[in-house]
Design a protein around this ligand. Structure first.
Ligand code: ADP
Ligand code: MG
Length: 682
């Protein structure tokens, strides 16, 4: 049999030049070729009658030429071929540009199939530049035709032919990659049938069966790999065993409020992890305002009282500063020393802090990316907490963890994602969820309004400010360009300052400002000296100003739902009834549906599911920012059903055979080694 690793150049009909083009599509071997799946399909299997043809559609007709092909020279280098052909319902004119070799191809009286785009003007029906076959042939028509992503230098027909040749060479002898017991238990197609049918399905049912098998395998191998990765952390690595004698309840009992059930449950999970020898790798998901910070404070308390240092990493200086306040306030009575490390501090202060940190004279260091720098050295780092995880990559998480000797790691995120997806994104972490808000939180009343309502919105803002509250106005990111965004914020601010609310103090914040300027404005806002703060999404995460009770979001249709939810979480943090007003443009169904989700619910988990449903995974996750594995065929949104099934199957398999050593799982092990080999050792 031909090997799957055969160089593409030597597949019949390829050669050096085409091989180069194929390489650009990421195709280097025969295996790459046959796993280069179609983007879509065209059904060229069922001919239409001429009288049924519709303007603009692509269609297959089966017709007999009634004229010879006539050739018209329009200009030098430009010829048009025309021919009339008919079936028993009408006549169609068929036209080609610059293909003189077709001139003697068709004979009146014989039947041919043509597939192409129809244009209809009055009674005149035309088909332009169709592909064709003799009636009894099915090369370019007569079947469901796969359409591949390709470049114009490598035309569809050519690529299709090459793939067909490749499959022919393999002759149905591709080695199976799934164990028999899975194939029969889940009624899956064998690999050969699946691969042949995904390229050249006879019917759309064939296609579905083929796709189902390939998606199953793709998702299953990824889940197994993630579980294996997790096992790898948990099995062999020795971390810190924190003492059972240090009780989290020491802090819990002196808090000015009682923790929610969800907070207590999550703390117990963390406590258990900390007291175990293997390092903790835990993701803490909780909606905005669900009280994640206090959880981190209590975990850090335990760490410090057991004789270790803790590091808390936040994405912005504002947040880090705020965390420092929360930590100090709660922990000062326990003699725990907290310090702040952000890039804004003086060189001298920084040196002093680094020095004390290394000597162990600081117990908890709270900071931004500055903590990642090489010269940040700990005496004995025991716990790393990263807040608002989506801002940090997996790599950064490990950079800071490496400053200790397998410290425990807690990752906190306020962007709730459906559990199934969390298992993919954070499949290597254990997951804890705070699914309950502290009591007596008032629901943030949310209204979606269109442009015409500006006056009413402004009047409402005025009323709230006159009652002593403060407001945020958020502008959307116009584009990925900070300059332009800054400009749009400033323009909007000018308008509010000079025209709409000259009587109030209006200030603005944007990503182009220096950290110092931003912090100064935030400080003023916190102290109540600014009435209206206009900003880009830099205020998105974590900022806590309890007196601000109203947020207006401009062009709300441009934000993702999860992000809108994050944003509005900046209000409703104090005792006042709070409001979010979403100004939106556009009239599409999806926009209205999305706005309705926001006004209907305050539950971040529901919102993220809806967001996913309304936008699809691609946009939900943003381009690759999450390090999500790329799939050749699976689509996390469409295939969520398969994903759920497969997650359960993967767990069953791993429980039964943690290292995939059993004979029946040999193939699975091979697939994972091949796909993820460099990243995972089981
Ligand atoms: P987030 O999860 O968004 O980070 P925070 O930790 O900032 O939320 O908590 C939001 C606010 O709720 C803080 O002011 C915090 O002190 C308060 N809080 C946290 N837990 C409770 C609780 N159990 N009861 C009352 N207030 C709480
Ligand atoms: Mg927070």
């Amino acid at each position: 049999m031909v090997g799957l690793d055969k160089n593409i150049q030597y597949v019949k009909g390829v050669g050096e030049a085409r091989a180069k083009l194929l390489n650009r599509l990421g195709i280097f071997t025969l295996k790459d070729l046959i796993t280069y799946y179609p983007r879509t399909y065209e059904d060229r299997s069922i001919p239409k009658k001429i009288e049924e043809l519709v303007d603009g559609e692509e269609a297959l007709i089966e017709v007999m030429p009634v004229t010879r092909v006539s050739e018209i020279h329009i200009r030098r280098n430009m010829t048009i071929l025309k021919m009339n052909a008919r079936d028993d319902t009408g006549v169609c004119q068929i036209t080609w540009f610059n293909q003189p070799y077709l001139k003697n191809m068709f004979r009146p009286g014989e039947y041919y199939k043509f597939y192409g785009k129809i244009s209809k003007k009055g009674n005149k029906i035309e088909m332009n530049s169709p592909v064709y076959d003799k009636a009894e042939e099915a090369k370019n028509t007569g079947r469901i035709i796969p359409i591949y992503p390709t470049t114009y230098k490598l035309p569809q027909n050519t690529l299709r032919k090459i793939i067909e040749t490749g499959l022919c060479e393999l002759d149905g002898k591709i080695p199976e990659t799934l164990p028999d017991y899975l194939i029969s238990e889940y009624k899956l197609l064998g690999l050969n049938d699946a691969v042949n049918q995904i390229h050249f399905p006879k019917t759309f049912d064939d296609f579905k069966l083929a796709r189902n098998r390939l998606v199953f395998e793709e998702l299953l191998s990824m889940q197994l790999a993630l579980l294996a990765l997790k096992n790898q952390y948990t099995k062999d690595v020795k971390g810190i065993t924190f003492s059972k004698n240090v009780k989290m309840s020491d802090v819990i009992n002196v808090l000015p409020f009682s923790l929610t059930k969800a907070q207590l449950r999550v703390l117990e999970e963390i406590d258990n992890d900390m007291e175990r020898e293997k390092p903790m790798n835990r993701l803490l998901q909780g909606d905005v305002g669900s009280g994640k910070t206090i959880v981190a404070v209590i975990a850090a308390y335990k760490c410090v009282k057991c004789g270790y240092q803790a590091a808390i990493m936040a994405p912005t200086a504002i947040l880090a500063t705020q965390h420092l306040e929360s930590f100090t306030e709660i922990l000062k009575d326990f003699g725990i020393r907290c310090e702040l490390l952000i890039s804004g501090i003086t060189k001298k202060k920084k040196e002093e802090i680094l020095n004390r940190l290394e000597k162990g004279e600081i117990d908890i260091i709270i900071g931004t990316h500055a903590l990642l720098e090489e010269n940040v050295v700990f005496k004995n780092l025991g716990l790393v907490v990263t807040d608002e995880q989506h801002r940090f990559g997996v790599r950064q998480r490990s950079v800071i963890a490496q400053k200790g000797d397998n410290p425990d790691v807690l990752v906190m995120t306020a962007t709730p994602i459906p559990r199934t997806l969390a298992l993919i994104l954070y499949g290597d972490l254990d997951i804890s969820i705070i699914d309950e808000l502290p009591p007596n939180r008032k629901k943030i009343e949310t209204y979606a309004v269109t442009k015409g309502m500006d006056d009413r919105v402004n009047a409402f803002l005025k009323k709230n400010i006159d009652e002593g509250r403060q407001a945020y106005i958020v502008c959307p990111l116009v584009e990925e360009n900070e300059e332009i965004n800054a400009k749009s914020v400033m323009e909007l601010a000018e308008n509010y300052k000079k025209k709409i609310f000259p009587e109030y103090r209006v200030e603005y914040l944007h990503g182009k400002m220096k950290a110092k300027e931003k912090d100064a404005i935030m400080e003023e806002f916190k102290n109540g000296n600014i009435d209206i703060l206009i900003s880009t999404t830099v205020i998105e995460v974590g900022v806590n100003v309890p007196n601000s009770s109203i947020m207006v979001i401009e062009n709300a249709e441009r934000f993702g739902l999860a992000q809108l939810h994050q944003l509005r979480g900046r209000v409703g943090r104090g005792e006042y009834q709070s409001y979010a007003i979403l100004k939106y443009n556009g009239n599409s169904d999806v926009i209205r549906k999305r706005m309705k989700v926001m006004t209907d619910t305050n539950d971040g988990f529901i919102i993220s599911e809806k967001d996913l449903e309304l936008r699809g995974t691609g946009e939900f996750f943003g381009t690759k920012q999450h390090g999500l594995p790329e799939f050749k065929i699976a689509n996390l949104f469409e295939d969520i059903g398969t994903l759920k099934a497969v997650q359960a199957i993967a767990i069953k398999i791993i429980n039964d055979d943690p290292k995939l050593e059993k004979d029946k799982n040999k193939l699975l092990r091979q697939v994972i080694d091949e796909k993820f080999g460099s990243r995972i050792e089981i």
